[in-house]
Design a protein around this ligand. Sequence first.
Ligand code: IPD
Ligand code: CA
Ligand code: CA
Length: 269
Amino acid sequence: MNADVREKLFQQAKEWVMDAGTTIRTKIDDPLKVDTKSNPNDLVTTMDKETEAFFAGKIRENYPDHYILSEEGFGDELSSMDGTIWIIDPIDGTMNFVHQKRNFAISVGVYHDGIGEIGLIYDVMEDVLYSAQRTKGAYKNGEKIPQLDTSVPLKEAILSLNHFWLCENRLVNEKEMQRLVKTVRGTRTYGSAALEFAYTAEGIVDGYLTMSLAPWDIAAGMVIVHEVGGATITTDGEPINMLTKNSVFTSNSSVQREILDDFLIKGKK
Ligand code: IPD
Ligand code: CA
Ligand code: CA
């Protein structure tokens, strides 16, 4: 994508993200209609749907030749990553949104012919915007985020993960995961994949590992982490397929190599 086109899109996307965030903050104490989707803990609210409808309306009006990949049904059915695709999670961390009214984010990634060009993750209640454009670095509220430290020893690392490795399709070896948890300095679970990517990019956690995420959970985060020198792969060390669900492991390269070789791959042998 041409840099000028991308800059224009970035400014536009940012404006819509901030507008959507303001609306959510204004309505945060309004009565909420909460429904469930795939299971009783998979929540969706009218706010998720209204926010996605807002983005879809703006994109369809201003960029009729762009595509949308999104969680709540306002997007397109896509079978390829060709063209310009907005990958949107209107509220990532809906359980936090419902129970805590904080610790959730709007996540918007823009990909062109399969390449992540723009990433925006907005922590709505903290009013903190993580942003990146390909090759232009990552920013937190406009301040450049430094490149990730690749010298963090695993025993001093903090990993973000959730307990789903206990049950999800046995993608990883349970004993190896327990050994990993005991090896690192600490683990955290924040309940918003987008924020966990943002924290990885910021270097306040050293990686985020989880067993099943959708494209909209990770699209923006992948661009932002990439811009600070980190990488995102599956727990098998394979590239992410942006058209399906994936196991996901994002971190700086040294921690990633070590965890992949010594815990994830080894656990499969
Ligand atoms: C969820 C959050 C959560 C992760 C789940 C996601 P949602 O997204 O990112 O942290 O563990 O797998 O589905 O449903 O709140 O948009
Ligand atoms: Ca999500
Ligand atoms: Ca969501």
